[in-house]
Write a protein that binds this ligand. Sequence first.
Ligand SMILES: NC(=O)c1ccc[n+]([C@@H]2O[C@H](COP(=O)([O-])OP(=O)(O)OC[C@H]3O[C@@H](n4cnc5c(N)ncnc54)[C@H](OP(=O)(O)O)[C@@H]3O)[C@@H](O)[C@H]2O)c1
Length: 255
Amino acid sequence: MSGEPGFDLQGRTALVIGGTSGIGREIALGFQAAGARVFVASSSAGKVERAQRELQQRDGSARGFVADVREAADLQRLADEVEAVATVDVLLNAQGTTVIKPALEFSAAEYAKVMRTNLDGVFWACVAFGRRMVARKRGTIINIGSLASFRGWPNSSVYAMTKSAVVSLTESLAAEWAASGVRVNAIAPGFFMTDMTRDRMSAERKARALARTPMGRFGELHELVGAAVYLASASAGFVTGATIAVDGGYLATGI
Ligand SMILES: NC(=O)c1ccc[n+]([C@@H]2O[C@H](COP(=O)([O-])OP(=O)(O)OC[C@H]3O[C@@H](n4cnc5c(N)ncnc54)[C@H](OP(=O)(O)O)[C@@H]3O)[C@@H](O)[C@H]2O)c1
């Protein structure tokens, strides 16, 4: 077959977990602009309602779902609820949290919160939705990694552990599910100002991030959408296990 498969997501349904703010919200809107029917999920009912209202301005069939990814059973319930409405062709896992502090000062509760949200929550979401995709022999999953998947960051040890594991999980599931027609990829964003970073990164940490980023600026959220739409689309039909960095050159740079 010749010609471009293109980036059209018409006829697909995409679920963005963590799609109610920041990076996930922007990608959810981008999926919608590319033609997909979009569902979002997160733990705060207020944020879910706001995001649903916003998405429904373009497509009345958009839906929001409340789910806490720290509970595997809640993800199972989410999968049952969402799939009762529509078959999920694209799952994007944008859920995440962080605690920025030295490893020596971490409490067990802080450790558990970051691990359960960023790692357990991504694994069990992949399993809950991936099980159905594998059975249908069709579907694609996109996980959100980080520059911390690849580099050591002071005061972010637990976050970095989860994010390097998300890349490892992406590669392992890609290898496991390729023969079943399910692609699994990741995006590693550079620094973007969101609820997770805007007030939580100190001025000094932001300055260090900017100094370390060759383009010398933070990313704009819309600059992440193209990578997500590409990975979700037929154009990426032979791409699995990949992590695309959208980072202003951070990972490419040695000094
Ligand atoms: N901002 C950056 O520079 C950057 C860089 C690299 C990677 N990332 C990653 O990008 C992803 C999105 O982060 P963001 O920067 O856009 O921050 P954000 O605006 O705080 O978004 C986090 C999303 O995750 C959801 N979430 C958090 N805990 C949850 C839980 N227990 N159950 C279900 N949903 C939960 C939040 O909704 P609720 O509060 O309603 O639960 C929200 O929708 C994260 O995985 C983050 O690690 C961000």
